[in-house]
Design a protein around this ligand. Structure first.
Ligand code: NAD
Ligand code: DAU
Length: 356
């Protein structure tokens, strides 16, 4: 299998590539522009520490999907059997401050990738054409915001409410239209909030771990009662592999861990784990500080994952507590790398997304 992963130096992409490389039949191409959230360190570590004969082959392509010609050249070179498209600007707060790069990467970038894919796909021989798939990885944020009850499913109408969510919704529509109009064999997945090793610390869980470790104030937006449906990264990777392999062309699959928690409860759980690791700073919950709300803050996300469970046999393996313990310990053990990565990207844990 020649597999092209876009955004493979990001949080989900780098975890996905590590899993794909465990199959030595795979040749994995990682296409990434190496933005502020990128690192290939975990993939490089895997390649350095495991006998290369037992792993698949790996190649990195430094390409920005905004560049049409570079994207086409990359596709001609890779000649993929499968594309897993994760490359995107992914942080809601940054999309509030600077929406431009979200339109460019998530919409224009996806358009360029679709056009390049269509060009190579239409010249494939019959066999390759019949097995090729373009898997577009999207988010539950395209569905908007829920009240106290109900869950998103594949039937939920789109109602994005942030520049990030709107740019992802646009990319979903482009992908489906390339299927309906040109016949490109696509499959989509819409996932809830991921957490786990290697997530850039602008996001709630790694940011809280870092702040607690450094004994600094932990910012909770608004009243802290907004709800997210948390999914451990390994469970998401299991689901992505199933969708890529067995997902029905033209269909979409909602992926969620049925792990709904208010932001306040997430932060309190992290504080409890930190109390055990650094008892002399306990209780870490004293660090919690309520700050002004995110503009347009979606109240609640919840995924009904019945379709992927029933049709593809997926289920999550990790409870929130298990995934969180693993995540906290990973960050504490990798603090030096983590801080170096951040400093090199000139991010100072400052509040983002509140300058209107
Ligand atoms: P991330 O920000 O950690 O990584 C994204 C990667 O994409 C980065 O390495 C970045 O350099 C790359 N990229 C961005 N624009 C690019 C471009 N124009 N050309 C080439 N590379 C580009 O994001 P993530 O959390 O790993 O998310 C990956 C995908 O999954 C995104 O499409 C996101 O919308 C989706 N998603 C994420 C979550 C989550 O909770 N993290 C949940 C649902 C869906
Ligand atoms: O739902 C899937 C989405 O989850 C993905 O599509 C996005 O790429 C990913 O970033 C994530 O979006 P969120 O906006 O939900 O994640 P974030 O970690 O930024 O925020 C989670 C919640 O915590 C949200 O309600 C805002 C709140 N928050 C966030 C930060 C950074 C705080 O209260 N304080 C903070 O400092």
């Amino acid at each position: 299998m020649r597999i092209l992963v876009t955004g493979g130096a990001g949080f989900i992409g780098s975890n996905l590539i590590q899993r794909l490389l465990l199959n030595k039949e795979n040749k994995v191409f990682n296409l990434d522009k190496m933005g502020y959230a990128s690192s290939t360190k975990s993939i490089d570590n895997l390649l350095a520490n495991i006998n290369s004969k037992s792993l698949g082959k790996y190649e990195f392509l430094n390409v920005d999907l905004e560049n049409k010609l570079d994207t086409q050249n990359a596709l001609d070179y890779v000649f993929p059997d499968l594309i897993m498209h994760l490359a995107a600007e992914s942080h809601v707060d940054r999309s509030i401050d600077r929406p431009d790069s979200f339109i460019a990467s998530n919409i224009i970038g996806t358009f360029n990738l679709l056009e390049s894919s269509r060009k190579i796909w239409r010249n494939f021989d019959k066999k390759k054409k019949s097995t090729f798939k373009f898997h577009h990885i999207s988010t539950d944020e395209v569905f908007g915001s829920l009240g106290k009850t109900g869950s998103f499913s594949e039937e939920t109408p789109y109602k994005p409410r942030s520049p990030y969510a709107a740019s992802k919704a646009s990319s979903d529509h482009l992908v489906l239209s390339w299927h309906h109009t040109y016949g490109l064999p696509v499959v989509l997945s819409n996932c809830s909030n991921n957490y786990g090793p290697g997530q850039f610390p602008e996001k709630l869980i790694p940011l809280t771990i870092y702040k607690a470790y450094r004994n600094q104030s932990i910012p909770l937006y608004g009243d802290g009662e907004n709800v997210r449906d948390w999914l451990f990264i390994d469970d998401h990777i299991d689901a992505l592999l199933l969708v890529a392999k067995q997902g029905v062309i033209g269909e979409s699959y909602c992926i969620g861990g049925q792990g709904e928690k208010s932001n306040k409860n997430v932060v309190l759980e992290i504080c409890k784990i930190m109390d055990k690791i650094i008892p002399f700073n306990a209780p870490h919950k004293k660090l919690i500080s309520y700050v002004s709300d995110r503009p347009g803050h979606d109240k609640r996300y919840s995924i009904n994952p019945s379709k992927i469970k029933k049709e593809l046999g997926w289920k999550s393996k990790y409870t929130f507590r298990e995934g969180l313990e693993k995540t906290v310990h990973w960050y504490i053990n990798n603090l030096e790398w983590y801080e170096k990565t951040i400093t090199s990207k000139e991010y100072n844990f400052e509040r983002l997304g509140n300058k209107l």
